[in-house]
Design a protein around this ligand. Structure first.
Ligand code: GLN
Length: 500
């Protein structure tokens, strides 16, 4: 049983021909979770009995001759910010430590309908705010390639679970890079779809105009099959697009006929870009040239404002979204004496105000409180025009940079992150340094376009390097096709970070 292949692309055909049962495959990954969780801490919760029950039901359906989807019977892990009825949804926060949702997120229902087996819920930065998976109330996840390093974030648990072979596939969410950056740090593939391609119903909101869920896998074809499973219209999310879903698996097999690849100069020169990452990207560009692609330099004059813009818009939306956690509606409530009267300057605070205030002080961690304060400030009467409105205007300019670029090229190629994975704790007390890690990723969220990260080599220290491809809205087929052509050209063979 320990000898099963750990990759979805090898397991899927064996499941569909019944060479392997979903129970065997699910048990294999549950065993790996038991074994590796103490060192990697990729999961917040998992339930082997539930997973095996779901696996048995798929096995029965397959035995009865039912035609099932290509990923039926395949286990998947899920970032713990997506609502599930049969397990807790904590968002990595003390505030929701025991919270159980009354409904499944839309994409969770889709996964269940298509017969995927939910293994468990993965670790994240609290409410997906962060880039290192260190700020959740259960503590950090550890990078499977080197346990002294972070696995990136905020979907670090998802990326680590795939990299270590604790799950063949996973779902994360990406507000400013939280799928792509951990994918790069953990040496796996990750896709942030076009804003609105996947329903946000049941995805606990961080910054609603930027949030988007998407898949992790070992190969580009994993991403294609997973996107196929979760994409599509859902009337319960008013921003979800009502446009047909492409046949992504079919699209990625197409040859690369003269694709035009743009290079954002501002992202490749300077910016503190690590030299090994820069070299790996240059090698990839050469390979694309060899494949007959045109490489075109692109100027994105407003890209230098993207971090500042993002870190006004995201906290503004977060401060509004997280106001619902008040001790009355969801989860944690601080214990307050019933007839308590607290003097606050000249005023007296009622027990209700005191309860809300104590609940939010105790329930949220430092980074979440920092962002709520920042966002409350940028939305306040005196500063709204100076900060929030201005950020919206710059967001438009950034989007226009992308529109102009996509008149000339099919995709934009560059590094996913400026540095390889950093040490646990290294940037935790230096928020600005942590925010700068998002330099290359936040633009796609501000513009609402799809972007993916794929492994493109290793540093001399044996750490993964990620390459980012970005395309125009709804260009997922093209993006996946161009990404796949590269992996095919270099005969990319995925590897697990922890082999034993
Ligand atoms: N690192 C970014 C942030 O802290 C992105 C997070 C995300 O995409 N969820 O906001």
């Amino acid at each position: 049983m320990n000898q099963l292949p750990p990759f979805a692309f090898e397991l899927a055909p064996k499941l569909s021909t019944r060479e392997l049962s979903s129970r065997e495959v699910t048990q294999f990954f549950l065993d790996r979770i038991e074994k590796l969780q103490p060192s990697i801490r990729a999961f917040i919760s998992w339930d082997g009995d539930l997973a095996l029950k779901a696996a048995d039901s798929i096995d029965r359906r397959r035995m009865s001759g039912e035609t099932l989807s290509p990923l039926a019977g395949m286990p998947v892990s899920l970032k713990d910010i997506l609502c599930t009825t049969d397990s807790i949804t904590t968002c990595g926060s003390r505030m929701l430590e025991n919270y159980r949702s009354p409904y499944d997120a839309h994409l969770v229902s889709r996964l269940r309908e298509k017969g995927l087996v939910l293994l468990g819920k993965t670790n994240l930065d609290e409410f997906a705010m962060g880039g290192s998976t260190e700020t959740g109330f259960r503590g950090p996840s550890y990078n499977p390639w080197n346990l002294a390093l972070t696995c990136g974030g905020s979907s670090g648990g998802s990326a680590a679970s795939v990299a270590a072979g604790m799950a063949p596939l996973s779902i994360g969410t990406d507000t400013g890079g939280s799928i792509r950056q951990p994918a790069a740090f953990c040496g796996v593939c990750g896709l942030k779809p076009t804003y609105g391609r996947v329903s946000r119903y049941g995805l606990v909101a961080y910054a609603s105009s930027l949030d988007q869920a998407g898949p992790f896998g070992h190969t580009i074809s994993d991403l294609a099959l997973m996107l196929q499973t979760i994409a599509g219209h859902d009337p319960r999310d008013s921003t979800c697009l009502d446009v047909p879903v492409d046949d992504y698996a079919h699209a990625i097999a197409k040859p690369l006929a003269g694709a035009r690849i743009g290079v954002i100069r501002e992202h490749l020169d300077g910016n503190g870009l690590n030299s090994e990452i820069q070299a790996a990207i240059m090698i990839a560009l050469d390979e694309y040239k060899r494949l007959g692609c045109q490489i075109i330099d692109i100027a994105m004059p407003h890209t230098k404002y993207s971090i500042a813009t993002y870190y006004i818009i995201a906290p503004s939306e977060a401060s509004s979204n997280l106001s619902r956690f008040d001790g009355a509606h969801f989860g944690f409530r601080a214990a307050i004496e019933h007839n308590l009267q607290v003097a606050d300057g000249g005023k007296v605070r009622t027990p209700l105000i005191e309860m809300v205030s104590q609940t939010r002080s105790q329930g949220f961690g430092d980074e979440v409180r920092r962002r709520i304060m920042l966002g409350t400030y940028t939305l306040s009467a005196g500063y709204y025009d100076a900060y929030y409105m201005k950020a919206l205007k710059v967001r438009r300019l950034i989007r226009e940079d992308y529109d102009a670029a996509f008149e000339k090229v099919d995709v934009l190629l560059g590094p996913t992150t400026p540095t390889p994975p950093f040490r646990i704790g290294e940037k935790l007390n230096d928020p600005i340094q942590m925010y700068l890690e998002d330099l290359f990723t936040v633009g796609a969220n501000l513009a609402g376009i799809p972007a993916l990260s794929m492994p493109v080599g290793m540093t001399t220290n044996g750490l993964p390097i990620g390459m980012q491809l970005q395309g125009p809205a709804l260009s997922e087929s093209k993006l996946l096709q161009i990404a796949n052509a590269y992996h095919r050209a270099i005969d990319y063979q995925p590897k697990l970070a922890v082999l034993s």
